[in-house]
Write a protein that binds this ligand. Sequence first.
Ligand code: AMP
Length: 438
Amino acid sequence: MPFSGLKLHPALVRGIKDLGYVKPTPIQSNAIPPAMDGRDVLATAMTGSGKTAAFLLPLLHRLMDRSRGTTRALVLTPTRELAAQVLADLEDLGRHTPVKGAAIFGGVGMVPQEAAFRRGADVLIATPGRLLDHLQYPYARLDSIEHVVLDEADRMLDMGFLPDVTRILRRLPARRQTLLFSATMPAPIVKLTREMLHNAARIDLQRKAAPASGITQAVYPVPHQLKAALFATMLERGDIKQALVFTRTKHRADRIMKYLVKHGVKAERIHGNRSQAQRTAALSGFKSGAFRVLVATDIAARGIDVEALGHVVNFDVPTMPEDYIHRVGRTARAESTGEAYTLVSPEEQSELRAIERAVGKQLPRVIVSGFDYSAKPDTVLEVPIAERIAGIQARKAEERARAKVNAARRARNEAAGKSGSRKSGGRKPRVRSRATSR
Ligand code: AMP
């Protein structure tokens, strides 16, 4: 069915045309009609499916009917990046409409956001924590909300935002339309949908939690300490032109970025310890091609939208299969093609097996020819836990040995003092509670 079959407002059809969308994605053709009719919608949809337009188009359509000046729609997202992305999509799709949106998220000043409340921006796109900060003040009123969207509900659950979401939902008028989008449906989300949705149209396009079909997935077995070197080799050989790289920790993201820069690769990183301005700069540099690699932790990367992103690289194997599916959804947006590579060390085999079970197939293993898999690592990105523990134990043993020597010396000195031998100066035993440790 073409977009014209959806009977969207002509101003939206123009916006869609400007963006070059030819036909609706499956989630769009399934979710838009019931949402336009004002029904609640419960959709299992992951990033890359076109889910954002699937809720924005019916919202915009319905907001065209009346005058402006009050906030009538609220979109809740788990991260700042996703909120910013949804706002950008709203501005794109709604460019020929008078509907205006505003983003409400942490890490930036409250004042411009307060202004959005005061002027009654048509749509607020908010992260739960910052929205609750505003809701303490009288200017922040949600009593004219008619439509609410929970985007990436499972991610909000993962991030511990569900209590905040519930608090916000309680502040909204009971008579409203609720649209809930989630890549997966864990039990707490199912419970939430039972409480919050009424007679919802259910759209479950993912028979199996599997990434979009255009994605080539491959596994690169490699010793833990050689991951950085292997990745640098893959970049050098031109196997990967531009990539979003996921790591387990912020610390590793920093180290990998530095390693790559040292090896002549233009790279940046994005994670929770970076300021909003730094994140925005890293993201736009990556989008413009100034950086070839963007290293990110999972949470920070939510909502990153990079058109036709060719490669996603899991530098570390995600521990949750859903995270793998989410990450891989970053590539092959809206049915184009992409590649998702995962570097797997021998210690990560069980996580890999869980992922293969979730995607329902075995992923091909790839050996990079010419790469020396038995080389001595040229960097230590992170001291492995066993080595860290061994280090601590060695240090403790050293401290104990030193304390023993000191105690023996004290005992000797005391004994010498008691025997009345003061000729030596009777030096007082030095009190030292513990050996100095580094
Ligand atoms: P998301 O909304 O995160 O699933 O993103 C889907 C991506 O596909 C975004 O980059 C959109 O711009 C793009 N997109 C959404 N709908 C369509 C469509 N009907 N045709 C082509 N691209 C689309």
